[in-house]
Design a protein around this ligand. Structure first.
Ligand SMILES: [Zn+2]
Length: 477
């Protein structure tokens, strides 16, 4: 031990003194403890092998695909605020009760209610062409009779600022490049607000997708409440690119836009909850989640029917094995995720201080699984590496790690920020945004064998973390 090491350690401890003391108090961060927890993880192999076999070769093979197909074929898309979403929630509750899941109930939440109504867009100049479009969630309607205006096509917000004097009275078309969902998605979120700020009368954004067969991809957007609201929709990559080329050639473009979208008062929906109650520590909870609502196009099979039903499938498989874990595993199908995490944010407010020992969500696709992305401290990472070893038989052992400060876990992020270890399912999801928020999000995107593998990963993760004697090491913030 040298002096530099001691000084460095002291400085680090001083800078995060609260965390250091709490971690010492918790007494779970010694090497001996980690070795013991890892040995305990390895002892779960007998049951986790059975879970994998059940999903891949046993009576649960094909079960998730069939359950999901039955669900989405019956109800189709399930937008927040719709009676159809509520009907689909009743159906899922009934099916999970029939399957003998425990404590099945609907947790009431206030959610947005928006309907797109009739909508259309036509390019009138330099030639007549129908534009394939979808209004963006929370958009207002056009005035009765529609908006017929000249178009300004830009690629970036910066270009819009530079050309602000050209924008007044025009329909702004954003032809932003596809970079990533996070980067390109800003044009969908803020396009209308930015266009309105420079005097635009409506905004149309190029669909946020790396691939297109003339497919519009809708999604949420947010107005700046201090600026006039203008109608906003997405158009296809093909049409956005074509109008960009026309504008580069100096051609005058005009569009006729008609939208009757409407925001209704908030209404009530439900997070759908089900459990297997733990045998030894029933108050300590392992959370597995996805979201049950979708956009009002396609079937919401990929985003996020499969992620939501994974929770049911995991509980169902563990019950089929008759192997009750020590801790409670709680599945939550969040409602109204698509309009901004309404279900999970509300639940977090009410259950912030419950004893969650682990939280997880699947909402980035359920293609062939790679493993998990994981947020937790270094001790928890060491334990999770051992958990991933249990999945070597199906080659899904990848563990991409980050700290609890930086982990992006969708709807479970707030718990991770409090120090609770969290995970997201990681799959070969390169094609996820091909179908995202479009008519293309149907059962055809999904593969039954891949879904079995995803349920095996999710079940092994949840069962192991719930059944080891010590809870996963965590931070206390
Ligand atoms: Zn989603």
């Amino acid at each position: 031990m040298n002096i530099v090491w001691i000084i460095t350690t002291l400085l680090v401890c001083l800078s995060v003194s609260v965390k250091c003391f709490v971690l010492q108090d918790s007494g779970i961060s010694t090497n001996l403890d980690i070795a013991r927890i890892k040995a305990d993880v390895r002892r779960q192999k007998n049951v986790t092998d059975q879970l994998i076999q059940l999903a891949v070769n046993g009576s649960a093979k094909g079960q998730l695909y069939n359950r999901l197909a039955d669900f989405v074929d019956r109800y189709g898309s399930r937008i927040s605020g719709s009676q159809n979403l509520e009907n689909s929630i009743e159906y899922i509750k009934l099916k999970m009760k029939e399957d003998k899941l425990e404590n099945v109930y609907g947790d009431i939440v206030e959610v947005p209610h928006w309907e797109r109504g009739e909508e259309s867009a036509y390019m009138m100049k330099p030639r007549y062409k129908k534009l394939t479009m979808l209004g963006l969630g929370t958009s207002i309607a056009t005035p009765p009779g529609g908006i017929h205006a000249e178009v300004l096509v830009v690629k970036t917000f910066e270009e819009l600022e530079r050309r602000a004097s050209d924008a007044v009275g025009k329909i702004i078309v954003f032809n932003q490049d596809w970079v990533s969902y996070g980067v390109s998605g800003r044009y969908r979120f803020y396009g209308a607000a930015r266009a309105a700020a420079v005097g635009g009368v409506a905004s149309l954004i190029r669909s946020v997708t790396p691939f297109s067969i003339n497919s519009p991809h809708t999604g949420s957007q947010v107005y700046n409440e201090s600026i006039k609201k203008i109608p906003t929709a997405c158009i296809t990559v093909e049409d956005a690119e074509m109008m960009w080329r026309m504008s580069q050639r100096g051609e005058r473009i005009e569009i006729f836009l008609n939208m009757s979208a409407k925001n209704f008062p908030k209404t009530l929906s439900r997070n759908v909850i089900s459990e297997i109650v733990g045998s030894t520590y029933p108050d300590e909870v392992v959370l597995i989640s996805g979201h049950i609502d979708s956009w009002d196009v396609g079937q919401g099979a990929m985003d996020d029917g499969a992620g939501a039903l994974l929770g049911w499938q995991v509980l169902s498989m563990i019950l089929q094995l008759g192997s009750r874990p020590k801790r409670t595993i709680r599945s939550i199908m969040w409602t109204a995720e698509e309009f901004g995490f309404y279900g999970s944010r509300d639940y977090f407010k009410r259950h912030k201080n419950d004893s969650f020992v682990f939280v997880s969500e699947s909402d980035m696709g359920t293609f062939k699984p790679k493993g998990l992305t994981f947020g937790g401290n270094q001790d928890a990472v060491e334990v999770m590496k051992e958990v991933m070893g249990l999945l070597s038989i199906i080659n899904a052992t990848s563990l991409v790690t980050s700290s609890t400060d930086t982990f992006d876990g969708g709807e479970v992020t707030p718990w991770v920020r409090l120090g609770v270890p969290g995970a997201m399912l990681e799959t070969y999801n390169e094609k996820y945004f091909y179908f995202h928020h479009s008519e293309g999000d149907t059962m055809e995107v999904l593969d039954s064998d891949d879904l079995d593998l995803c349920s095996a990963v999710w079940a092994v993760m949840a069962y192991t973390v719930a059944n080891i004697e010590d809870s996963l090491p965590r931070d206390f913030v």
